[in-house]
Design a binder for this molecule. Structure first.
Ligand code: PFF
Length: 462
């Protein structure tokens, strides 16, 4: 969901802010991306690395974004400019990142809608061949009109509509009901998935800590995933915190949001991976996590189709509350910094990102093909999928997070940052020295190492 950058109001309630920030954080990253990464990066060992990344780097960067936002009471770009105008380009970096993410985010958001409709009108077709249904949506048997054009277009239209009309308030109200519902449904489905015949191998896979699966790539993937999942590195959390007052406790808010977001990712992991083992469906690189494998779970419970509809509806909702937060950043930059007209900007940005996004879905059906271009029926398509995620998760988001930590830790200084974090001493912060150390030293060094290592490790994103 979005916080309007046009009027500088404040969040009406503490829960309003937590829901907005958690609404941005909880999305496709948790339920569609995370299980896939956990699956291909070693299961249990990856979970440990991921949790360490969230605890030590994710919370550090999030609190860093929060202090910058609340102190300056400005959107991400304004906040950065106010602190040091030499770094204004960082705002542009965040916008570029958001734009690239949205290209594919809207496609996958569209897939969730396709599945809502799919479970309503043709659940037996999904149950008969879950992977076939998924691949068909991606274009394995002809041009994917629904998967690449119609549903992503509706999803994007909704995102753009919300942004241009600023109906964020309605979304906020809906979030109060739907987000807890998503949480409960995830727990229920996770329990069912873990108790499917044959699922124990998947549960073991997720719980077994096998150090031999840990390599540099796992760290890279975990860090990029943590930033993506927590909505860090693009200034979204700077903007949200700019609507907070000194009464709000940034430290506990950071803890709550990181905790909720990580719980959702873990629930999703334990919902999907055991189902992968139980159903024998290998979602592979086509991103069938959260789509193909869950059919095995819905098939096995009474009224499963209803749960299927509900699940994809909630996933769609979680995706919209994230996509709006990203688009808002891009649009706010062009409107406030470049003086462009808001509605026109929304339309222009949406059209361009939609056209690029179509290639994402097209490239998914051919993930087994290596190379940058694939040819089909005489037309060449770029393999955008890998490239987009590579660029955002491995380079741009870490770079954005790096600038935040350097800003808060070095340019503005940890004394100021701690003062802001504690609301001028109003709130206790026993871990302040640790946070200062993480912010100045550990996080920047870790991020730099990971960015550089990522360049040498090539383009594999999972
Ligand atoms: N955190 C969102 C998710 O996990 O789906 C995606 C996202 C939203 C990334 C906002 C970055 C961002 F600034």
């Amino acid at each position: 969901m979005t916080a309007s950058t046009e009027n500088r109001g404040q969040f009406g309630s503490k829960i309003g802010f937590i829901l907005s920030a958690a609404g941005s954080a909880v999305g496709l990253g948790n339920i569609w991306k995370f299980p896939g990464k956990a699956y291909s990066c070693g299961g249990g060992a990856f979970l440990v690395i991921y949790i360490l990344m969230v605890v030590f780097i994710g919370t550090t960067v999030m609190l860093g974004e929060f202090v910058l936002g609340r102190k300056t009471q400005k959107n991400a770009i304004g906040a950065i400019r106010e602190l040091n105008s030499k770094f204004a380009w960082v705002g542009g970096l965040g916008v570029l990142t958001g734009f690239i993410i949205l290209c594919y985010y809207c496609q996958v958001g569209g897939w969730t809608m396709k599945y809502i409709v799919g479970y309503i009108i043709e659940s037996s077709t999904i149950y008969a061949d879950p992977m076939g249904y998924f691949l068909n949506m991606l274009g394995a048997n002809g041009f994917p009109l629904q998967g690449a054009i119609i549903f992503p277009l509706i999803f994007l239209f909704l995102t753009a509509f919300i942004i241009s009309r600023g109906v964020a308030e309605g979304i906020e109200k809906m979030s109060k009901i739907l987000m807890p519902l998503l949480f409960i449904l995830l727990i229920g489905l996770m329990i069912r998935s873990c108790t499917l015949p044959g699922a124990d191998a998947g549960v073991m896979y997720m719980l077994h800590f096998d150090p031999s699966t840990i390599d540099a790539n796992a760290f890279l993937v975990a860090l990029g995933q943590a930033f993506f999942s927590l909505s860090l590195g693009m200034g979204v959390m700077i903007t949200y915190a700019s609507y907070l007052s000194k009464d709000d406790n940034l430290i506990t808010n950071t803890g709550i949001i990181c905790f909720l977001d990580t719980c959702v990712a873990l629930f999703a992991g334990f919902m999907i991976i055991p189902a992968v083992f139980a159903t024998g469906i290998d979602p592979g690189m086509g991103g069938g996590f959260a789509f193909a494998t869950l059919a095995g779970v819905f098939m096995s419970i009474p009224g499963g189709t209803i749960f299927g509809i509900l699940f994809y509806f909630l996933l769609f909702f979680a995706a919209v509350t994230s996509s709006t937060s990203i688009l808002e950043g891009t649009v706010a930059f062009l409107v406030e910094e470049k003086g462009m007209e808001r509605k026109k900007t929304v339309v222009m940005v949406s059209v361009v990102l939609f056209i690029i996004g179509v290639f994402y879905t097209l490239s998914q059906a051919y993930m087994d093909l290596k190379g940058i271009w694939i040819s089909r029926e005489g037309i060449s398509y770029p393999i955008f999928g890998d490239f987009m995620e590579y660029l955002t998760d491995r380079l741009l988001l870490p770079l954005g997070a790096l600038t935040t930590t350097v800003f808060a830790g070095w340019i503005w200084g940890t004394d100021n940052a701690i003062k802001e974090a504690t609301s001028d001493g109003k709130y206790k912060f026993a871990l302040a020295p640790l946070w200062a150390f993480l912010l100045r030293i550990v996080a920047p060094i870790a991020i730099i190492i990971i960015i550089i290592a990522g360049m040498f490790l090539g383009m594999s994103i999972s």
